[in-house]
Design a protein. Structure first.
Length: 406
């Protein structure tokens, strides 16, 4: 959707005419003229006289979400889509093994679709899917750029069931495109297209515990095969995936709890939300007092906590040489409805009404991590993305036009 505004247009009257495919969506207000159209980024509108007005498209906003496999990307995407008030579904009538999820506002594409080598090809060449050699970054860049500019693309599909590359599917430009997967911030060209980026940083101990839970309980894998798969991926994970966190605007870091000495169960988690300072349209969340260093145990009269309790921390820090604010939660909630007490002490959470975070968390209490900092911080980042989208769209829509003589 292009929303174009021309300022200081003199002598507007009903005889003003515009030769544009969007003529029916022309609107006047005071001395401004608004055009609404769909299509590519720049559209020229010719006035009946001789001036040409160039206007900018509000375009597609692109969000990058990076994490290793099995680290909560799908769960995060479901929380994000819900913040925009919809449910995401695979493209209708398309490949049943498509990795894409579409809702009214968002389209989530999985970057596994840019694997250039299929499962057999990787095996033959002795490379993992994490190796850049197994991925087509030129195509990823071209297609994300095209979508950002309002152009639909035929994106390949990597079929996780067969391990083959399936025929492509059509991706139309949405309001928000989320590119999720192993490498959204690896290639500098793709990275530069991102309006906001998130890295889910799951420590090895926790990743192992989650993998066991899913792949052993739900997929029937053995403990040995899970260990072997994590070990086999580790060198490439360290070389190509993990370094991307230095570029992220927000990092959700998940660590074992510090509340239970030598805990190795991985059930109680310590979660940090690391937020870069100075990112346009993103103001970091804070606890009590912006910029201060705070330690807070909220358990007591207003928050029920069983062993080992809950501890929050907040303060400024440095992360890969960048100034950041860090909000931390260790422990888990006993009663989600009491989360409102914590929410009311957080600021800059970009809610539209009092208690929206608590409402979202209660709505999805069955999602993994809903009783701890993973669910809380994913929900908050979802709200921040909505806020960023609204600010970016408003800014682009209101950007002064360059009016030039034809
Ligand atoms: N916050 C969490 N707390 C506990 N377990 C979690 C959490 N997030 C994810 N998990 C576990 O990890 C599994 C994978 O989560 P999810 O499907 O969201 O990850 P993913 O990154 O999309 O995985 P993949 O890339 O393999 O599809 C879940 O089934 C669950 O067992
Ligand atoms: O890391 C992964 C997903 O993020 C997968 O391992 C990768 O896509 C390879 O797929 P498959 O397991 O089907 O061979």
């Amino acid at each position: 959707m292009a929303v174009c505004t021309a300022y200081n247009v003199k002598s507007l009257n009903s005889s003003y005419s515009v030769s544009t495919p969007a003529k029916s969506h022309l609107g006047f207000h005071q001395n401004q003229v608004f055009f609404y159209s769909s299509g590519s980024k720049k559209t020229n509108y010719r006035r009946s006289g001789s001036s040409v007005i160039t206007c900018a498209d509000s375009g597609t906003i692109v969000i990058g979400l990076a994490a290793d496999s099995g680290c909560g990307k799908s769960t995060f995407m479901r929380r994000l889509t819900s913040v925009f008030g919809g449910a995401a579904e695979p493209p209708r009538g398309g490949n049943p093994d498509s990795n894409t999820l579409i809702s009214d506002t968002t389209t989530v594409i999985c970057l596994d679709d840019y694997h250039s080598l299929d499962r057999t090809g990787r095996k033959e060449k002795g490379v993992t899917a994490l190796d850049p050699k197994a991925n087509d970054f030129d195509l990823m860049y071209e297609q994300v750029k095209a979508i950002k500019e309002g152009i639909a693309v035929q994106k390949p599909i990597y079929n996780h069931v067969s391990g083959l590359l399936d025929p492509p599917e059509l991706i139309k430009p949405p309001k928000i495109l989320v590119i999720e997967g192993l490498h959204p911030m690896y290639d500098e060209r793709v990275r530069d297209l991102l309006d906001f980026s998130i890295y889910l940083d799951i420590s090895n101990e926790v990743k192992f515990a989650w993998k066991i839970q899913r792949d052993m309980a739900e997929r029937g894998h053995s403990l040995e095969s899970i260990k072997a798969s994590i070990e086999a991926r580790k060198p490439d994970f360290d070389a190509y995936i993990d370094p991307q966190k230095q570029y992220a605007d927000a990092v959700i870091e998940v660590l074992p709890t510090q509340l239970i000495p030598d805990d190795n169960e991985g059930k109680v988690l310590r979660v940090k939300l690391i937020m870069k300072e100075g990112v346009e349209f993103f103001s970091p969340v804070y606890l009590f007092d912006e910029g201060s260093t705070i330690s807070w145990i909220p358990c007591g009269r207003k928050l029920t906590c069983s062993y080992p309790g809950i501890k929050f921390a907040y303060g400024p820090d440095s992360y890969f040489g960048n100034e950041v604010s860090v909000l931390e939660m260790d422990g888990q909630f006993d009663r989600l409805d009491e989360l409102i007490y914590v929410e009311s002490h957080l600021s800059n959470i970009s809610t539209k009404f009092y208690g929206e975070v608590t409402q979202q968390m209660l709505k999805h209490s069955d999602f993994p991590g809903s009783n701890n900092g993973t669910g809380l911080f994913q929900t908050i980042v979802g709200l921040k993305i909505r806020d960023l989208y609204e600010q970016l769209t408003a800014t682009k829509a209101g950007a002064p036009l360059q009016a030039t003589k034809a």
